[in-house]
Design a protein around this ligand. Structure first.
Ligand SMILES: Nc1ncnc2c1ncn2[C@@H]1O[C@H](COP(=O)(O)OP(=O)(O)O)[C@@H](O)[C@H]1O
Ligand SMILES: [Mg+2]
Length: 281
């Protein structure tokens, strides 16, 4: 690929949620501060929402990396599991042996584990990513799980991370008891126009800046902003594409024309993909 041409140690615009690349815009900083506060103040529930690709998983990974030594974490990617299966996954992810146990037994086992962690001054955190997929029933059961406490301190902090639909679900009347437990809900906004060039710059720096590092002109930044609307995942997909185009044409200055070419390529691919699905139906 193009790493050598630009002198990168690694690809700057991967779409993996790697916390090493986290550019701390003021809203990403606030999000990190919010979850840190929620976990260490033992608020019980924390909710973090945002559009697809805005950086939710990356922020949570950054939080776990920062505080790893003092945390006991179970990280679940939610699908539409019934609660019993979810509980099994949670326990297993905490390293508990729960094979063959029923719901009540798993619950007891988990409770014992949580008390041990509490006595060892470790913070236990359950992170559920893509939490907009959870059913109302499962959310209610999670509220029961969060009832585990000693002397007013919650034994487990439950972080619900999901797309904005999660906010609508939490506002449902049946879930008002749960909603009341969430003191504050944080929605990560898209990057501002001002942040965009700093974001690109930061990722280029982490990938390895040198004499061969590409230069994005201010016109190219305008085009990227227009296309991505400040969503990091879209920025990455487009920037990866334009760097490849730069490499193909042997140029290290990325201008608006190259970006427009990249956007056209991506749009054509989307049309082809949609067309392909259409045919196979
Ligand atoms: N503040 C940020 N700094 C650097 N990269 C980011 C930032 N926010 C998001 N990204 C990148 O955007 C992509 C999508 O982020 P991700 O955390 O998967 O989004 P979400 O979980 O909200 O869908 C990832 O490649 C991630 O590294
Ligand atoms: Mg995610």
């Amino acid at each position: 690929m193009y790493e050598e041409f630009y002198g990168f140690k690694e690809l700057p615009f991967n779409v993996t949620p790697d916390p090493k690349f986290l550019y701390r815009s003021s809203s990403h900083r606030d999000a990190l501060a919010y979850i840190t506060y929620g976990v260490f103040q033992k608020k019980g529930f924390i909710a973090l929402t945002g559009e697809v690709g805005v950086g939710k998983t990356t922020i949570v990974n950054a939080f776990v990396d920062l505080f790893q030594p003092s945390l006991e974490v179970s990280f679940i990617f939610s699908t539409k599991f019934p609660f019993e299966q979810l509980l099994f996954l949670i326990c297993s992810d905490f390293g508990l042996e729960v094979d063959g146990m029923n719901k009540a037994q798993m619950f007891l086992h988990l409770n014992k584990f949580l008390i041990e962690q509490y006595e060892n001054k470790r913070n236990t955190v359950l992170i559920i990513d893509e939490a907009q997929n959870l059913s109302v029933e499962v959310l209610e059961e999670l509220r029961m799980l969060s009832n585990l406490e000693t002397r007013n301190k919650k034994l487990i902090q439950i972080m619900l991370v999901g797309q904005p639909e999660l906010e609508t679900i939490l506002d449902l009347k049946q879930l008002r008891q749960l909603r009341q437990r969430i003191p504050l809900l944080f929605r990560i906004p898209v990057l501002t126009h001002d942040d965009l060039s700093k974001y690109i710059d930061y990722r280029l720096k982490i990938a390895g800046r040198g004499s061969k590092t590409p230069h994005f002109t201010s016109d190219s930044i305008e085009e990227i902003y227009h296309y991505s609307r400040g969503i990091p995942r879209l920025i990455n997909v487009l920037c990866d594409r334009v760097l490849l185009a730069g490499y193909d044409s042997n140029v290290r200055t990325i201008d608006a024309r190259i970006v427009r070419g990249g956007i056209r390529d991506l749009e054509n691919e989307t049309v082809r993909a949609v067309g392909g699905i259409g045919k196979s139906i």
